[in-house]
Design a protein around this ligand. Structure first.
Ligand code: ZN
Length: 179
């Protein structure tokens, strides 16, 4: 089931999410609904607060081009109570966007490589080493469950230049949905 998104300006996006203590049927359903939502929205990752659930969960999906030229969603992953164990000193700058901040893309510098730990839906703790795009996506989603948005990682003049667009996004999405 597709869930309604929380947009920039919504206080839930600024709250540190609560850890998941028990994997209930509600959590399993939430994970499935988040995967349905991200695919419907053509996103690559989605965190609990973005669907109005202040819980430390996020999901990621990949899109793979099929033989008939169509793109199919593959490899859905669920991360519960994620943690970053280590970050490379080396940074890489690339563009990011966010389903909660529609129509805005901006460059963010982040570590190029990270080691992470998280729990899956079976309650098993797993570790991964992530590089490049996968590392960036993990850090973007992990920021969400800590109440941080990618625009917070942009400072100075670049950030100032986004202010007008951000005000407009708040008006066009968050304040409109709230009415
Ligand atoms: Zn996002």
């Amino acid at each position: 089931m597709r869930l309604p998104l929380a947009f920039y300006g919504d206080p839930i996006l600024r709250k540190k999410a609560a850890p998941i203590k028990e994997i209930t049927n509600e959590i399993r359903q939430l994970a499935q609904d988040m995967i349905d939502t991200v695919v419907a929205e053509h996103g690559v990752g989605l965190a609990g607060p973005q669907v109005h659930q202040s819980l430390t969960i996020f999901i990621t999906v990949d899109y793979v081009e099929q033989e008939d030229g169509k793109w199919a969603c593959e490899n859905p992953r669920v991360y519960l109570n994620p943690k970053i164990l280590s970050r490379s000193e080396e940074l890489e700058t690339d563009e990011e966007g966010c389903l909660s901040i529609p129509d805005l893309r901006a460059s963010v510098a982040r570590p190029v490589k990270i080691e992470i730990e998280a729990m899956d839906l079976e309650g098993k703790i797993f570790k991964e080493e992530l590089h490049g795009f996968n590392a960036r996506r993990f850090m973007h989603e992990n920021d969400h469950v800590n109440g941080v948005l990618f625009i917070d990682r942009i400072r100075g003049k670049e950030r100032k230049e986004l202010e007008g667009a951000l005000r407009q996004i708040k008006k066009d999405y968050y304040l409109k949905v709230k009415k």
